[in-house]
Design a protein around this ligand. Sequence first.
Ligand code: GDP
Length: 325
Amino acid sequence: MTTQAGGRRRSTASVPDLVSRARQGQPAAVARLISLVEDASPSLREVMSALAPYTGRAHVVGITGAPGVGKSTSTNALVGALRARGRRVAVLAVDPSSPFSGGALLGDRVRMGDHALDADVFIRSMASRGHLGGLAWSTPQAIRVLDAAGFDTVLVETVGVGQSEVEVAGLADTTVVLLAPGMGDGIQAAKAGILEVGDLYVVNKADREGADLVRRDLRGMLALTERADGAWRPSVLKTVAQTGEGVDAFADALAEHRTWLEATGALEQRRAARARREIEAIATAALRARWGALGARSTLDDLAHEVARGSRDPYSAADALLDTV
Ligand code: GDP
């Protein structure tokens, strides 16, 4: 068994050593740094400080869509297209709807086997382990690790339904919404608010009947969505991820959006918005940790009962809680 030896080696690796090995592109060091993020390790402060000067280069692309539309297959195909352009690619699979990475994520990793032997492709699924700020806290930090490790493109694939589309939009430079015919997506799109979040829409499974209809519906709905002057107008592509058809155009469209982001200053704005959320998530987690350390959990419980009984208002309760830290 290598577990124990691995464990021992892990505990002795210094942060500067790990960071320098990750920057050389050593997958084991990159994986170890992401595990530190997953575990909310106390050494993260030192890690993030060491990584900061090397961040800001990668194109962060979020890929989202309902289960079964072909996210894994498309990601796999896209990795191939980006590799053909000489780009180093990292894939981070996250599940915002669940605190643990489950079978689906593991399955994704297996299916990504096409690139398993390529040293310039790094694939990792991530769990939030249900503590601190969850994925809002951990995903940006994992992206930082991959960015600093020199990956040119970081593909963040979200698994799960509900609000995940909207969440991934906050994480990425470019957000891709994947749809497929026969899944009632046209109607779902309007409901889930995805018309506002996508920079690029991809109708996958274009080999199936109805793909043109989905594309037409979507274009119609996007045309009705209000946008500011000079705003990016998302295009709608068609792909057959299974055969790779349309995937080159997909990679072109990503590059085009990245160029637009840079030329207009939107990249800086998006990244500042992302950093803002990241700072908030870290600060909130730190506050919670302090409440815990100070025994304020019980204070919070007491306050909650007082507010529920009507003997206190929630604002004065929040003041009382903040006074404890
Ligand atoms: P995910 O749940 O969104 O990650 O979807 P998957 O990538 O796992 O794909 C779901 C199913 O659709 C799998 O059986 C794929 O083989 C299949 N699939 C993916 N892309 C295509 C495509 O372009 N055409 C067809 N016909 N099937 C596809």
